[in-house]
Design a protein around this ligand. Structure first.
Ligand code: AGP
Length: 607
């Protein structure tokens, strides 16, 4: 969602602001803008649509100044337009904002009653008008900011520029993330370390309710009326990590990074010498866990669905999996002694965050699997098991997913060992399957031409596509359908293969491709029956299987993709790769914006 950058520097800041906004594009946006101080006055350029439009504005109307703020906006209140694009400004302040000001109607009412005139449809404008109102009542910028923090409700990150004040820039956070960067005679504030990466790797993260006053040589952080200290750390993200390399899209680059990042993740959670998993000490005893509740959104939710099969099968533990947006409001009873596992790439997804807060309030131990260790979900968990995927830029989650699955399988193996449901021999067998997984994923990646052909000849022309799978392949069918929908805009449904005959079979005719995820496992014969039922209705069957499966069903498919033969337990991780590439090449064939699909955001920080 929205991206924020602020710089108080020595040189003209506009090129740096735009450069940072490019690194924030991945979050999803529909307009952008920058503001600087020019001879003490706030001046801004804003544009609807992609950053190239803003760059064109800046080319015709350059914006000088050594202090400024910038923003990529994902519309929540007010349609995407130049008028609603940030920075939102009065003659005294300019504000950029990520999140939602929940009491904006109430505040707007008060401010309009004071005689203030609003120029935009945004909730953000109440922040600008409120601070302006305080400044006009002779408060200092610091007093005005402190007072505004008391009045604002909701989740937000803010950066604020004050007219006539070349010496200060302010930031604030409640809920949404905000990082402070320390440079040499320059200071920065930004949504994340990625935005700041080429400027500095010295960062600190604001905590909820913090607000910060930046000066060119340092900053002061406040919480309530008091000064507080926040640790300055060396960010692990370098500017070099966030390029596309030789790939056309970030998504393709990230898909190809999977053998390496799965390998990096395994190095942390598995000992190849002893062929056993090695987890940190857990804050609970697997034999005393009353229940496991798993929660996440989107693709991360499907990773949880796969993990349910693993926890149940390997550790005989009962697991509830629920999308976070439902769990948080359903308010289910959670028995004391339960563990809540939250899975999130960004660690900032607001529904997942709210779900773990609910679980924590109900005395659950919170274990999170996240890719951004300094994120809110990580910070609010009792234990974090990081995925080592590195920065994921493409909106479509790929390498984060396969590393999430890798961590969750290691966790399920550890649970099985602790509960005596998994023998040392079985653990060693699974450890070996995991050790061999990066090589198998690599083999699956080497079939790229085949995915491209299927995408171009079968999927790209379709109006609807059905994905089927059974057992732990069912969530992979769901994931395949989600990936296709989000980046190619083709309607797709994922279904449990056995459930097809209860409704979706009515959709099948010779125009509907049916992608069947079918590694040879204990229930392959059942999937094969469903495959034949779909074939009998004229469906265009695309088979994803191994040599044995293709040998058995390949002659009935319009196309079969033969993946490496692996232990069925790790198959969901491997089979995630072909469904990613089928979606990718379909999107490329359709000419959609692969890395920034319409309406979507990378980090979903609003409900
Ligand atoms: C994945 O391709 C999606 N863009 C989306 O479903 C994503 O997985 C979801 O929004 C959850 O995000 P998170 O992992 O950062 O919490």
């Amino acid at each position: 969602m929205c991206g924020i950058i602020g710089i108080i520097g020595k040189a003209p800041v506009t090129p740096l602001l735009v450069d940072a906004l490019k690194r924030l594009e991945y979050r999803g946006y529909d307009s952008s803008g920058v503001a600087t101080l020019v001879n003490g006055h706030i001046d801004r350029r804003r544009a609807e649509g992609k950053l190239v439009n803003l760059e064109a504005r800046l080319a015709s109307e350059p914006l000088p100044g050594t202090i400024g703020i910038g923003h990529t906006r994902w519309a929540t209140h007010g349609k995407p337009s130049e008028r609603n694009a940030h920075p939102i400004a009065t003659d005294r302040v300019a504000v950029v904002h990520n999140g939602i000001i929940e009491n904006f109607q109430e505040l707007k009412g008060e401010l309009v009653a004071e005689g203030r005139h609003f120029d935009s449809d945004t909730d953000t404008e109440v922040v600008a008008q409120l601070i302006t109102s305080y400044l006009e009542k002779q408060m200092s910028p610091e007093q005005a900011m402190g007072k505004a923090m008391e009045r604002l409700r909701g989740a937000f990150a803010l950066a604020i520029l004050f007219s006539g004040r070349h010496d200060i820039l302010m930031g604030a956070r409640r809920g949404s993330s905000l990082a402070v960067g320390y440079g040499d005679g320059e200071m920065y504030v930004g949504t994340d370390a990625l935005a700041l990466a080429p400027f500095t790797r010295q960062v600190s993260y604001l905590e909820d309710d913090d607000w910060v006053v930046l000066r060119a040589d340092g900053c002061t952080v406040y919480q309530g009326g008091f000064e507080v200290k926040r640790e300055v750390r060396q960010s692990g993200i370098s500017g070099a990590m966030i390029g596309k390399g030789n790939h056309r899209h970030f998504m393709l680059k990230e898909i190809h990074e999977q053998p390496a990042v799965i390998g990096d993740t395994l190095q942390t959670y598995l000992d190849p010498a002893t062929r056993s998993v090695t987890l940190p000490v857990l804050p609970f005893d697997w034999n005393k866990v009353s229940r496991i509740t798993m929660t996440a959104c989107g693709t991360a939710y499907y990773a949880c669905m796969v993990a349910k099969y693993w926890f149940e099968g390997l550790a005989r533990l009962s697991v509830e999996v629920e999308v976070a947006s439902e769990l948080r409001y359903r308010e289910p009873p959670l028995p004391e002694g339960g563990v809540c596992i939250a899975v999130s790439q960004s660690g900032e997804t607001v529904d997942t965050l709210a779900a773990i807060r609910y679980a924590k309030a109900n005395k659950q131990t919170i274990l999170s699997v996240v890719n951004v260790p300094e994120s809110a979900i990580a910070r609010e968990s009792h234990l974090v098991l990081p995925t080592l995927a590195g920065p994921e830029i493409s909106v479509a989650s790929t390498k984060a997913t396969t590393t999430q699955l890798t961590v969750l399988l290691c966790l399920a193996i550890a649970a099985g060992r602790a509960r005596g449901t998994l023998s040392p021999e079985a653990e060693a067998r699974l450890a070996l399957a995991l050790i061999e997984l990066p090589a198998h994923v690599n083999q699956a990646l080497n079939m790229e031409e085949e995915y491209r052909r299927v995408a171009e000849t079968v999927l790209a022309e379709a109006r609807d596509v059905l994905y089927l799978g059974r057992g732990s392949s069912f969530p992979i069918a769901l994931e395949g359908a989600l990936k296709l929908k989000e980046i190619s805009y083709i309607h797709a449904e994922g279904y449990a293969a056995g459930e097809m005959k209860h409704g979706p079979i009515a959709l099948i005719d010779e125009t509907v491709p049916v992608v069947v995820v079918a590694p040879t496992d204990a229930i392959f014969d059942k999937t094969a029956s469903n495959f034949e039922q779909a074939k009998a209705r004229g469906g265009k069957l695309v088979l994803l299987s191994d040599a044995a499966g293709v040998g058995r069903l390949g002659n009935q498919a319009v196309v079969s993709l033969t993946l490496p033969t692996v232990d069925p337990v790790v198959a969901p991780i491997l089979y995630t790769v072909p469904v990613q590439l089928l979606a990718y090449y379909t999107a490329v064939a359709k000419g959609t914006d692969v890395d920034q699909p319409r309406n979507l955001a990378k980090s979903v920080t609003v409900e």
